[in-house]
Every structure is written in structure tokens, then in C-alpha cells.
Write a protein that binds this ligand. Sequence first.
Ligand SMILES: Cc1cc2nc3c(=O)[nH]c(=O)nc-3n(C[C@H](O)[C@H](O)[C@H](O)COP(=O)(O)OP(=O)(O)OC[C@H]3O[C@@H](n4cnc5c(N)ncnc54)[C@H](O)[C@@H]3O)c2cc1C
Length: 566
Amino acid sequence: MTDYIIKSSNLGYDSIADFNSEFLVMAHQFKFDVIIVGSGAAGLATALRLPKSLSIGIIAKASLKEQSSYYAQGGISAVLEKDDSVDLHTRDTLDSGADLGDEAVIRKTVSAGRDTVEWLTELGMPFTRDQQDPNNSGLHLTREGGHSRRRVVHAADATGKALQKTLYAHAVEQDNVKILNRHIVIDLITAEGECQGLYALNLDSQHVDAFRARKVVLATGGASKVYLYTSNPDGSTGDGIAMAWRAGCRVANMEFIQFHPTCLYHPEAKSFLISEAVRGEGGRLLLPDGSRFMQDFDERGELAPRDIVARAIDHEMKRLGTDCVYLDISHKSRAFVKSHFPSIYEKCLQYDIDITKQPIPVVPAAHYTCGGVLVDECGRTDVQNLYAIGETSYTGLHGANRMASNSLLECLVYAQAAADDIGKSIKTGGKLPWVSPWDESKVTDSDEDVVVAHNWDELRRFMWDYVGIVRTDKRLERAQHRCNLLAREIDEYYGNYKVSSDLIELRNLVTVASLIIRSAMARKESRGLHYTLDYPQRDEKYRKATILVPDSKAENRVIPLHNRST
Ligand SMILES: Cc1cc2nc3c(=O)[nH]c(=O)nc-3n(C[C@H](O)[C@H](O)[C@H](O)COP(=O)(O)OP(=O)(O)OC[C@H]3O[C@@H](n4cnc5c(N)ncnc54)[C@H](O)[C@@H]3O)c2cc1C
């Protein structure tokens, strides 16, 4: 969407604002009241919740389909049944989070579940209905791991797709909202402790544009792409976390990365999950020699919880030095497999894997980033006028492990909280400060893109091997050493060459990798998703969030959850 750019306009800011859409200033300079980075569930919902009197720009580097929100299968959690309660949902979330969640935050978030579902229903979200059950709201509810009640609303097995289509359809209808796809934000513009806008590379024109705004909302999703294997789309490179960190925001709990135990392992198959239902229906996990191994790790075998299965697979892969293990459902009848798992059957067949006859190669994959930019109850960060919501943020909801279907709820609830706060605090009267244009006078075109490609691979490989599902002090030290080397090399490269999307993402990935490593090193216990062989037990001393402070002179500080303003 570049049709509204007026090249080399010499009109002043005020006159432009008068005659044209409020967002255009002059060549490659744009102005909005609010800029939202990201068009996933968090970003789109924020745009819809903001007052219609504000001009809103949504900037996204990829299309609607290339974001985690679109991929979500299970659903959105909400207390809707008569025998359910906010107390129960709060308790389940605290338990899943290994007692590290913030109870007040959890209670506030889950209390908003019913209103959130009603809002989506009003927007036309096609939730799967269940008219037979007088106990609930007419919506079909499923039960997922960790939930003690049926409380997950869904749209068949493609909730994210339906959600994104619903939100997007409304966003494009609004005159005050402009959606700019294929723009990758490079960095935030800050001065005197406040955010004044951002720079973004237009992926079509290859020009870096400056965007000025009164408020900026980061809704950039997670950072799972920092690992070799991930269930996430390519854009989950932690850009928002890295940008906020560079701008001076604290980040929290980055050591807690959720791994899904079984993602299809095939060079051409990206991000395809093999549902836990396959194990639920009798699927067996096998080593390359055909032997089973789950019984050695947990008496529930293949039915053990997600993190235990992921850890067992990781252990066996590291022990044997293999690239994957196998999940076999071929002992069931062909008719059973095809009727229970039609999409898995079809998808695997595309790669010449007939799951009715042969086992499926699988690996665990990074799935969800529990930590992120530290925010308050309205999504406000440490930098004035800068908000972070959705997977990119750390609100205190998930603690040390995310309970299934709580994340979309968090996106939607914090979208409203941030929008309300912006609506109350924004002052639209005065001029916005001038920002200098992006300066490329001292950089040249890269003549060695192989450096970027190589470092991408190296980073994701060592993060997988050393900072993955099972950690040790030694592995973390190795990773930190490599991370520091890469960071220096990437910094130098960034300083000398023109930016590209791969370089921008790599620069962010190395920052996020470093934050994960530092956080993991600071937690000398095993809790939730952080498991280390050197400290295999929980330790009450560490029942607090790991908060990193962006000050090169400061040591990593571990600040108790209830003392965030320190
Ligand atoms: C396979 C899968 C299944 C899941 N199932 C569920 C489920 O059933 N229930 C549930 O609650 N959760 C589920 N999750 C998790 C949930 O989908 C995500 O946590 C949630 O969708 C995150 O939404 P978001 O808006 O924060 O980020 P995303 O949806 O990832 O959107 C991020 C946006 O930011 C943009 N962006 C990022 N960086 C930049 C940049 N530098 N410049 C410009 N734009 C940028 C991207 O293009 C994108 O538009 C699942 C996740 C996956 C991967």
C-alpha cells in the first residue's frame, strides 16, 4: 500500500494534515495518532478497540496468513459453563505456570473472558455451536491440557484462521485504519524517554520510511524462530522484544520457551504440528531402530504431559545424535486413521509419508514465548507512549508455562486494556516532534549476503543444541560465547551495509537469543519450561520473575514479581 505517498512534497505538516489523510507528512515520512506494529490477533483487536476519531496505522511485515494467530488451532479459553468459575480458571493457570504467574493479572485477564467472547460473537466470529448443552452459552466448549473444566471456545480446528478473517474484515472497513503490509519495522524512535515513532523498510520500494506517532503499540508476536525447529511462521523473530530492549525497556522470563513435542520433520514441511490427539489415540513414539522409549521416562508413556514428552524426545535425540524420532499410528486400521486425522494424513502424503503404513518423522519444536517486554495492566512499557501486547509482551499471565488457549485470550484482553488507556491519555492537539530521515549515506549494498544466511543457520542451530529443552550451565556458557561472537559480527555488518529484511531479523534474533541465554543462566533451578540438569529441582528462592534491565553496566537483576517498578 504505497499509493498515498506524495514524493518530495514541500507542504508543511499542518497544511498536509488539513488537506489530506492525517497520516501523510512528506516524502517517506508518515504520521498517525497510533501506530500498531503487527496484524495478528493482538494488533487487529487493538485497532478495533481504539476510538474511531484516531488515525491508526497498522504496519506488518507479512501477509495475514504469516502470523501465529492465523495458525492457532485449539481455541480461546473463557469461563462460560455454570460449573466453572474465575477462581477455577485462575487456579488452573497458576498451577500450569508452576506458581510463577501473577495472581492479580491472571484473575483480571480470565475475568474478561466472557466479555471477550461476546465481543467476538458480535463481530461475527463463527464459533462452533452446541445447542444441545443447556449448561453453557450455546457455544461448543472443549477441554485442553491443564484446564479442569470445558472452557475453550473454538471454530472447528482452525480457530485462528476464523479469528483473523473476522478481525481483518472489520479493520479494513474502518476509514480511520490504514494497513501497510510488507513493511518491516527496524527500530523505534525515542527521545527523552518517550517513543516518537519508528523506521520501517518498505519491502517493495526497498526504501526506509520514517513514521511519527503519538503512541506506538508493539504486537509483533513471539520469538520461536530463534530455534532450529519451530511450529511458528517465519516472522516470529522476536522483533518487538529486541526493539523494545534497544529502546530501554525491561524484558522478563525469557527462559520460558514452550516446545511442542511433535512437529513434522521434513526439509520442505515448515511449521506443521502433529496433533497430540495422535498420541491420545494410541500413537507410539519410536527410536530409529523401531523401539519404544517413553515408558523409560514416565509411567504414562506417550500420554505424559507435553513438556515431559518433549524432554524425553530431546534426550533420546541428543543421546543417539539423530535428527528426529518417529510417531507411529499405522497399527490402527486405515479407515480409523483417515477418519480421525484427515488433515495430518493429507499433509504427510504430500511428502510421500503414508501414515497408515509408516511412522511419521517428528521433532519437538519451539512453540510459544512465555516471556517478553515487561508491561503493566494496560500494556504500558518502561518507555512512555510505547505499549506491548500479545505474545511479544510479558504480563505475568503465563508464569513458567503457558496453559493451552490462554494466549489468544491474553492478546484480546490486553488489546482492549491498551486501547482504553490510549483513548484516555492521548493528546491529539499539538504537533508531533520532527524526526530525521533514515540516513544511508555511510552504508553500501552488501556484497556478501552469505554472511547473513550463515549466521541465521548457526544461531538457530546452537540455540537448539545448547539452549533448548534440556539445559546445563556448560551448554549455556557455550551458547553465550557463540552468541557474543555473532552479535559483534552482525553489529559490524549492520553498521556497514544497507538493511534487508533478513539482516533486520537476524539482528533481532541475536538480541533475543542473548536475552534467553542470560535469563536461563540466572535461573538456578528447574521450573515449568526451564529444565536444567545442574539444578533439577524447584527452589523457592527463585519463585520470582527473571527481569533483565537494559543497562550495559548493570548485572542481570532478578526482581521479585511484585516489585516491578524497582
Ligand atoms: C501452530 C500454533 C497453534 C496455536 N494454537 C493456539 C490456540 O489454539 N490457542 C491459543 O490461545 N494460542 C495458540 N497459539 C499461540 C497463539 O496463536 C499466539 O500466541 C498468538 O496468536 C500471538 O498473536 P500476536 O498477535 O501476539 O502475534 P502474531 O499473530 O504472531 O502476529 C505478529 C505480527 O507482527 C508482525 N511483525 C512482527 N515483526 C514485525 C516487524 N519488525 N515489522 C512489522 N511487522 C512485524 C507480523 O507480520 C504479524 O503481523 C498457537 C500458536 C501456533 C504457532
